[in-house]
Write a protein that binds this ligand. Structure first.
Ligand code: PEP
Ligand code: CO
Length: 445
């Protein structure tokens, strides 16, 4: 079966917009195809090596960011706070586990959303669902919900600017380990969890002083002053992804240059459909969500299709069963993959299987359920002698009220309305995410 960058177009496909103006769509695709890449293939290869390390238990992956980025919430502060939060969580995990953290943002391209229904109905009016800012607008009007191909261009520019800032933060001094105190976000500082973070920071200060005394400092040791934050998103809108898929001049292989890592959603991972066809041809490290309907033999077939050369660090399986289902549904999958001898990188998304509707009408997630699914994931791996390589979270560096619970901020159902800002699914706020990092670090001890 030959693959080409557009061979996915011959396959059935789910969760796509229907563009009215085909000429405008073609013009946008042509433009995007000529735009510069957002990442280099060499960076994607480095991430693959990092993921392989995590799969061997030598590193731990923290992947996180918005459920959906938006055009409206695009500003430096939001990006900086997410960056700081990822660094804080990484420090906490590295400090307790002794393992480096592979940092991956759900950022700089996370715009397209699969939806449970093609339509949304309000007061007798039925309109196409909102599918993410790269496709249409969240406002509830016929005009706003019309898919607009030019949104892909805007998403590209926003991704480029976001990536630019992340690179600047990573290399320009903010990631220096002498700055650990500065990563503590203002609204967390006064909370118990912020204070706990300060304690870890003080320990790191001492270590830095010691290292400096023996001649190792951030001037002569780049690892102390800079980091790598990789980017990732769900490659759902294949028109956009195809336009940014290019041949790498060094390896002559095809790479998606819109992000370092791309993943396939739980609703579009059918073996005979377009997304699998597209993904099997790109060389980036890739992810695939593994939800409750996945069968063991189906999973092994999927791995074979997506990672035919059985490369290490190539394929990340992102388990998202839900706290009440993981103990029953995950072990048979893990066993089948282990017996197949195939290389995969297992991580846990404890968000998407734990969505509930609050009595006040908000889509929310309870912190205890999120933590419980993470703990089950680690426990099951321990029982099977396999490696829990990381977590995949929907989170923000902002002080939002979208998920309930946690000791650090104990958000109740009644609090949800106060700062419920998400475009799509409820995210952990910075307090909750940092608390989760501390609880994960306890699992390592
Ligand atoms: C997501 O990660 O935002 C998502 C839609 O997840 P899933 O495909 O697991 O439902
Ligand atoms: Co989501």
């Amino acid at each position: 079966m030959s693959w080409s960058v557009d061979s996915w177009r011959k396959f059935p496909i789910k969760q796509q917009p229907s563009y009215g103006d085909k000429e405008a769509l073609a013009a946008v695709e042509r433009d995007l195809s000529s735009f510069p890449p957002l990442i280099f293939a060499g960076e994607a290869r480095n991430l693959k090596e990092d993921l392989a390390r995590a799969a061997r238990g030598e590193a731990f992956i923290i992947q996180g960011g918005d459920c959906a980025e938006s055009f409206a919430a695009f500003n430096a502060e939001t990006i900086k706070n997410l960056f700081k939060l990822i660094l804080q969580m990484s420090v906490v995990v590295t400090y307790s586990s002794g393992k480096p953290v592979v940092k991956i943002g759900r950022v700089a391209g996370q715009f397209a959303k699969p939806r449970s229904s093609d339509f949304e109905e309000k007061d007798g009016v039925k309109l196409p669902s909102y599918r993410g800012d790269i496709i249409n607008d969240i406002a509830f009007s016929a005009e706003a919900r019309e898919p607009d191909p030019y949104r892909m261009v805007r998403a590209y520019y926003q991704s480029a600017a976001t990536m630019n800032l992340l690179r600047a933060f990573s290399r320009g001094g903010l990631a220096d380990l002498n700055e650990v105190h500065r990563w503590n976000l203002d609204f967390i500082k006064s909370h118990a969890i912020g204070k706990k973070y300060e304690e870890v920071s003080c320990q790191i200060d001492k270590t830095m002083k010691f290292l400096k005394a023996v001649g190792i400092n951030s001037k002569n040791t780049p690892q102390l002053r800079q980091t790598n934050v990789y980017t990732s998103h769900e490659a759902l809108l294949l028109n956009y992804e195809e336009a940014l898929t290019r041949i790498d001049s060094i390896s002559q292989d095809w790479y998606n240059t819109s992000a370092h890592m791309l993943w396939i959603g739980d609703r579009t991972r059918d073996l005979n459909e377009a997304h699998i066809e597209y993904f099997r041809g790109i060389k980036n490290p890739i992810g695939c969500k593994v939800g409750p309907s996945m069968q063991p033999d189906e999973l092994v077939e999927l791995i074979t299709a997506l990672n035919p050369d059985n490369e290490e660090g190539k394929l990340n399986l992102i388990v998202r069963m839900g706290a009440s289902k993981i103990e029953e549904l995950f072990p048979p999958l893990l066993k089948a993959v282990k017996e197949s001898g195939k290389n995969v990188v297992w991580t846990i998304d404890p968000m998407h299987g734990n969505v509930e509707k609050s009595s006040t009408g908000f889509k929310t997630r309870e912190f205890d359920n999120i933590l419980s699914e993470v703990k089950s994931f680690f426990k099951i791996h321990k029982e099977h002698g396999t490696v829990a390589a990381g977590v995949h979270l929907e989170m923000t560096g902002e002080d939002v009220t979208e998920c309930t619970g946690s000791a650090s901020c104990s958000i109740t159902v009644d609090d949800l309305s106060s700062r419920y800002h998400t475009q799509c699914d409820p995210r952990l706020n910075a307090n909750q995410a940092l608390e989760l990092a501390f609880l994960i670090s306890e699992i390592f001890n």
